[in-house]
Design a protein around this ligand. Structure first.
Ligand code: SAM
Length: 323
């Protein structure tokens, strides 16, 4: 990424509204105490715990419809004559020639998405299929990977995975590279996404959570999560950068100050996912893949954190079930 582009990122994040973490932390820690029993997965792996969750009389009809027609009736923002906001213009520039999209994508599916797909394979029954959306899908790699891999262990080809992003160049590229049966890409604002036409099994978020937290659109974002999920059915998988994880590793100090990424702590996440709507099944430290060379700088910490897998920074990986 050019320095100019990097400073654009930094300035936009810096000028957006501040964290309210301090107040929320205290309150949320009390809650975390209450919920701790939910975080320990009593039946072993996530895959095993998920098994049998996505069944029902109309399941096969819904899957076929979703595979054929997609999951959302939504008109692309330009076609709908939408006014572009500052945030989406910034992100759209990120995917341009001087943009920093190389920083955000290693050019392969994220490690955490690969783990998730493996868990979904473990959970999948013979005719299960999958309906899923990736919020902030960028160039669409995770969408295509989930659509291909999540049900690989079964004979079901009935997957429908949608990617949503408000950066038009990203969606155009995603469509160009990954258009195949069961993959759908929408140029849309996550906060304005309508309810899906069939129940979603899975909602995956690629940092829109932390971006809207920073930009002051967090309530709209949380409303979207409720709107697009189905009680008793939908699972949520969040992958967002971890404040605690970064602060615990002084090797990150220099570059983090410079990048000024919107970082959240565990208690912010717990406070946001209201217990009457989401039951948190798992919060663990994971990995958010990033490519520092793509941003035009070197930082050893990105690589040592990623180990043999890929460069990245510590993240919170959250799995929650819609109540
Ligand atoms: C950190 S990037 C992730 C990129 C992508 N997952 C990848 O690795 O290629 C976050 C993405 O979220 C998108 N985004 C942020 N806020 C959004 C919103 N409110 N609606 C739609 N997309 C959003 C940005 O355009 C950007 O592509």
């Amino acid at each position: 990424m050019s320095l100019k582009a990097l400073f654009l990122v930094v300035n936009t994040w810096a000028s957006a509204s501040r964290f309210t973490a301090e107040e929320q932390c205290l309150h949320a820690y009390q809650r975390v105490g209450v919920r701790r029993s939910l975080l320990a997965d009593p039946s072993g792996t996530l895959g095993r715990r998920l098994r049998g969750r996505w069944t029902g009389d109309h399941r096969s009809d819904s899957l076929q419809r979703a595979h054929r027609e997609g999951l959302f009736r939504v008109t692309d923002r330009f076609d709908a004559g939408a006014q572009l906001g500052e945030e989406e213009m910034l992100w759209s520039r990120e995917y341009g020639e001087d943009g920093s999209f190389n920083f955000w994508s290693l050019g392969r599916p994220k490690v955490e998405i690969q783990k998730l797909a493996a868990e979904l394979q473990e959970a999948a029954g013979e005719n299960d299929g999958l309906t899923a959306v990736v919020l902030g899908c960028g160039l669409g790699l995770d969408v295509s990977y989930l659509a291909r891999e999540a049900c690989k262990s079964t004979s079901s080809t009935m997957t429908a995975v949608a990617g949503v992003d408000f950066a038009l160049p990203a969606i155009q590229e995603a469509r160009r590279q990954h258009s195949s049966a069961g993959c759908f890409f929408h140029h849309a604002d996550v906060c304005e996404l309508p309810a899906p036409t069939v129940p979603l099994d899975l909602v995956v978020d690629n940092t829109v959570f932390q971006n809207t937290y920073r930009s002051g659109r967090f309530e709209e974002y949380l409303d979207t999560l409720s709107r697009i999920s189905t009680p008793g059915h939908t699972m949520l998988h969040l992958n967002l950068m971890s404040r605690e994880g970064i602060e615990a590793r002084e090797e990150f100090d220099e570059s983090m100050e410079y990048l000024n990424l919107p970082l959240l702590c565990r208690s912010d996440i717990c406070a946001a996912l209201k217990p009457e709507i989401w039951e948190i099944w798992q919060i663990r430290e994971g990995h958010y893949d990033l490519n520092p060379e793509g941003a035009g700088f070197e930082c050893e910490a990105f690589h040592t954190f990623g180990g043999n897998s890929s460069p990245g920074i510590p993240s919170w990986c959250v799995v929650a079930a819609r109540i």
